[in-house]
Design a protein around this ligand. Structure first.
Ligand code: ACO
Length: 309
């Protein structure tokens, strides 16, 4: 099975590095050179994670030429739900006017979208459900301390969604890998007292630079392919230097790798579907292309997929 429809949404408000220079001791030059980020989108106070998820989902369903009532299961990957419950998935279900469709949120931080895609795949493979709506949506701005320069320059808000269904033989998801290392949980967490993200940046960086390239190679091998056959890489958009490490391991040219981090910052579980949507819109991912998707994040977690488009 594979992706038969895709949609995305980013809030209108653009916050540039120069804007952040006014509130914390940082510089456009520092942020660009350390992360590649130039700007990010920030949602207004009346727009929460569910609102962005709904907009992305509507587009994905229309792109798949389906109607909301054709959806059999809704999965939302998010670390920033509107409420502990009801889940964002249930809020999406209500907004789309679908009744009695199972709906749940899944949490694996920035790897959440890959975890959700793999979960959806299992239900289709076992013929339990036909069309699964998988959404990654985050309003990270509400768990960022805007006075902490170590974190506030990194994140942004947004959503992406796909519809997973059966596709023709030889296409769609060819292989996947999911992983976690709970011993590294302390390096990236949302503090219970402050409700803000705290991070040991260099430890997360080392983990990502090691794990992302290895996981990419694992799914390519599992798919029975060689790295020379990979046409495009869509990595989690956290940091340009981490993206470059994965790209170099696969031996891909720069134009074969998504780098939407420059315009969106790190949107956590939304980053991969948002990047995928952006590259498809630009015409950079085409029929029959071999695409590798790889995520990493808090937990620590990672996950990757190899697909034939
Ligand atoms: N502006 C200016 N200076 C800053 C800023 C800033 N915005 N942020 C930190 N600094 C300072 C620090 O205070 C520190 O100063 P000190 O040396 O005087 O103590 C110094 O810069 C740190 O510099 P470096 O060690 O050179 O920073 P590094 O190259 O490690 O880059 C970064 C930091 C960008 C955070 C990097 O470590 C990184 O990207 N790590 C991965 C983070 C990540 O991907 N997180 C998301 C995970 S996904 C998820 O699940 C949410």
């Amino acid at each position: 099975m594979g992706i038969v429809g895709i949609g995305a949404y980013v809030p209108e408000q653009v916050v540039t590095n120069s804007d952040l220079e006014k509130s914390v001791q940082t510089s456009d030059q520092w942020i660009r050179s350390r992360t590649g980020i130039e700007e990010r989108r920030i949602a207004s106070s009346d727009m929460d994670t569910s609102h962005m998820a709904i907009r992305a989902a509507e587009k994905a369903i229309a792109d798949a030429s389906l109607h909301p009532e054709d959806i059999d299961l809704i999965l939302v990957a998010t670390a920033t739900p509107d409420y502990v419950f009801p889940t964002v998935a249930c809020m999406v279900q209500e907004a789309l006017g679908i009744r009695h469709t199972p709906a749940m949120d899944l949490s694996a931080a920035c790897s959440g979208f890959v975890y959700a895609l793999v979960t959806g795949k299992q239900f289709i493979e076992t013929n339990t459900y036909k069309n699964v709506l998988v959404i990654g949506s985050e309003k990270f701005s509400k768990i960022v301390d805007w006075n902490d320069r170590n974190t506030c320059v990194l994140f942004g808000d947004g959503a992406g969604a796909v519809v997973l269904s059966e596709v023709s033989e030889g296409k769609g998801i060819l292989s996947f890998e999911l992983g976690a290392d709970g011993t590294g949980g302390k390096h990236l967490l949302v503090d219970n007292q402050t409700n803000y993200v705290t991070m040991n940046g260099s430890e997360v960086f080392k983990f990502a630079v090691r794990q992302m390239p290895e996981s990419c190679m694992n799914v390519v091998t599992k798919a029975g392919l060689s790295k020379d056959e990979v046409d495009f890489l869509v990595p989690h958009q956290a940091n340009m230097r981490i993206i470059d490490a994965a790209r170099e391991r696969l031996g891909l040219d720069k134009e074969k790798v998504s780098t939407t981090v420059t315009k969106h910052g790190n949107t956590s579980a939304a980053s991969i579907p948002l990047a995928l949507f952006t590259e498809i819109e630009k015409g950079l991912i085409n029929d029959d292309d071999v695409v590798v998707i790889v995520g990493f994040g808090g937990g620590l977690t990672w996950g990757s997929l190899c697909l034939r488009w």
